[in-house]
Design a protein around this ligand. Sequence first.
Ligand code: ATP
Ligand code: MG
Length: 397
Amino acid sequence: MFTSFLIKYAEIGVKGKNRYLFEDALVRQIRHVLRRCDGEFKVHKTQGRIYVDALTDFDADETVEALQTVFGISGICPVVVLEDQGFEQLGRDVISYIGKVYMENRGAQEGMSFKVVARRARNNYPLHSMEINAQLGGILLDAFPALRVDVHEPDIYLHVEIREKIYVYSRIIPGPGGMPVGTNGKGMLLLSGGIDSPVAGYMIAKRGVKIDAVYFHAPPYTSERAKRKVMDLAKLVSRYTGPVYLHIINFTDIQLAIYDKCPHDELTIIMRRYMMRIAEQIASETECLGLITGESIGQVASQTMHSLAVTNEVCTLPVYRPLIGMDKQEIVEISEKIGTYETSILPYEDCCTIFVAKHPVTRPNANIIRKHEKHLEGTIENLVEIALQTKETVIVQ
Ligand code: ATP
Ligand code: MG
């Protein structure tokens, strides 16, 4: 019945020039996600609103699901668009709308309350908003004796907007909120195959940040399937973020060198420092303004306050850790919601776990770590250089 969606977005803090950037990015991202839906759509800004018009047949559920991956959208309203053919016709159309949406589909619901909210955005319409409210209300009560009016807490708000055309809607399906991707710079996500880092990427992207990613693997100790899994995760994240440039770094020789030259209980922390250093280097070459990780205080030995301080020390870019104060269960819930959980729990080895010590340090001392890293001098610079030069970059979408 409806062929359009009115896209609602929170406008707070989106004034002046920012408003256009925000809206343009939103339109761009909406167009992008609609490409994966059946049907053709026109996305346009009209009088400070964004509409999605279906030009062909389309699958409403699929389209709504796609729109729910666009950050910046606070609500998705399926809209019936009517030509202005006089008020009498509008009355008939509104009866038919309420009949189809609320009476046929869900069965007549005794005592269901409604309120008409008319908005006259065009002065030459013969009735004022208040008159439209009152008259359409009366028409609906006559047509559906089971309904009643409640102006304070109605079950249904029936919005009728009089513009060049007339827009009728009553359902607001929640969107993901946040800000459109691309309105807030770009960040480099350290993406592993675990549960946490895809969620971290999602959360930072939700603030409007475009996401690139880096994955460290250690063939032959880690398999092709483990790499495939990370690409799959990047793809799932890209449903929300748009295309992700995924940089794949061969970390094997660096890990072997650390294994060879450094105390084994410090392996993880030293390895994490090299990951951060390399990620930072790629970040600065690709105009990323910060690093993003899935760390959460105390989750594992390498994520105690002491370990995080020692890891952080090697970075000059800000490191964003959106999961820092979250429990595992809260992170799992988000990963289920965004659809990464099933893939994350597939049991493929991670490069961090291959060389991991039985009893890793939980209170590393930065001075000692720095001293032990000196054992790597002379070889590590070259290995880092080679790792950067041989990096493989895939665009995941
Ligand atoms: P995750 O579930 O994201 O893998 P985790 O609980 O396994 O996290 P760690 O393995 O200690 O925790 O990793 C902490 C963070 O470091 C990860 O969230 C991720 O951002 C980054 N990281 C770890 N391993 C890799 C890797 N192989 N490649 C890229 N980033 C990684
Ligand atoms: Mg991990």
